[in-house]
Design a protein around this ligand. Structure first.
Ligand code: SAM
Length: 289
């Protein structure tokens, strides 16, 4: 197997194909071979697993996934990488590369077509400029048992943050609604070529099979969450009044009371259960009009 994490191998390979890194496509490739091994292991990949990888780059993580998985489908937007991946991944017959923008894909359809009989997971060293839209698409697809990603450390901390902490926000609630995020390990900038300006971290999002909350309207629930964090320094009743035109400030305070919450409560201390109660009260008020 070509050791693509060995800089003495990688540089001549890239040069031979006239490849130049694209900053716009978030291309920072791994050059420390413990990292792709640790990501593949942290993702719990085995022969019963079908892996969707996003952005194989020159194939360092893809190799480790192919060595362990039943099947791998890697989606890469940059076709210039094709002749390089033919060399670094050519030996794997459990791999298909799809040359596409992952954000334009029908992810559930791809997973259904690709991984019949396997446990689908997603795994990626994400291009950081589109971390949020990719994670949103992967979690909303609701077809993976686990989503393991390398992201900017601060983003990883936000994903796993607990209520009442400075990192906690609407994105934490979104991730924790769909999954239980676990921070696995940090990856310093010197593990990449070119080096990013930030430290990275790997997070495993173990997708919830059954969500333990009763939420009558999911869209309304997320509107409550976004409204609650939109004005962080203000009282939650103000945020709700701004997010829901049908609620003036006193009606918003009434909603909080009906949800069993104090009038001066702030959104940043509430867990998913409390947001669900607020959303359900608003839902019931609408239904009774
Ligand atoms: N997996 C490789 C590694 O760990 O060394 C490369 C990771 S690099 C951070 C991100 C990869 O995602 C690049 O190969 C880039 O071309 C690809 N990429 C960027 N935008 C993409 C998109 N919209 N759809 C699919 N792949 C994308």
């Amino acid at each position: 197997m070509v050791n693509v994490c060995d800089i003495q191998v990688m540089k001549p390979l890239l040069q031979a194909h006239g490849f130049r890194f694209s900053k716009a496509k978030g291309q920072n490739f791994l050059i420390a071979d413990w990292v792709p091994r640790a990501i593949a292991e942290g993702a719990g990949v085995d022969r019963d697993t079908g892996v969707l990888e996003i952005g194989p780059g020159i194939g360092s993580l893809t190799q480790q996934l192919c060595l362990r998985a039943g099947r791998v489908c890697a989606v890469e937007v940059d076709r210039r990488l094709k002749p390089i991946l033919d060399i670094t991944l050519g030996e794997f017959d459990n791999l298909r590369i799809q040359w596409d923008d992952v954000l334009k894909l029908d992810v559930p359809a791809l997973v259904e077509g690709e991984f019949a009989g396997l446990r689908p997971v997603a795994c990626a060293n994400l291009p950081y400029y589109i971390t949020t839209p990719i994670l949103t698409a992967l979690l909303e697809a609701e077809c993976f048992a686990c989503v393991t990603v390398m992201v900017q450390k601060e983003v990883a901390q936000r994903m796993a943050a607990a209520p009442g902490t400075g990192d906690y926000g609407a994105f934490s609630v979104f991730c924790q609604y769909y999954a239980q995020p676990e921070l696995l390990f940090e990856v310093p900038a010197h593990c990449f070529l070119p080096q990013p300006k930030v430290t990275s971290a790997v997070v495993a999002l173990r997708v919830r099979r059954n969500r333990p909350w009763e939420i009558r309207d999911q869209e309304l629930f997320f509107r409550v969450v976004r409204g609650s964090f939109a004005q962080r320094r203000k009282k939650l009743s103000n945020g709700l009044a701004a997010a829901f035109p049908e609620l003036d400030k006193s009606a918003a305070a009434e909603v909080l009371a009906q949800a069993g919450l104090a009038e001066n409560v702030r959104g940043e201390v509430l867990g998913i259960e409390a947001f669900a109660r607020i959303a359900n009260v608003i839902f019931d008020r609408r239904s009774s009009v």
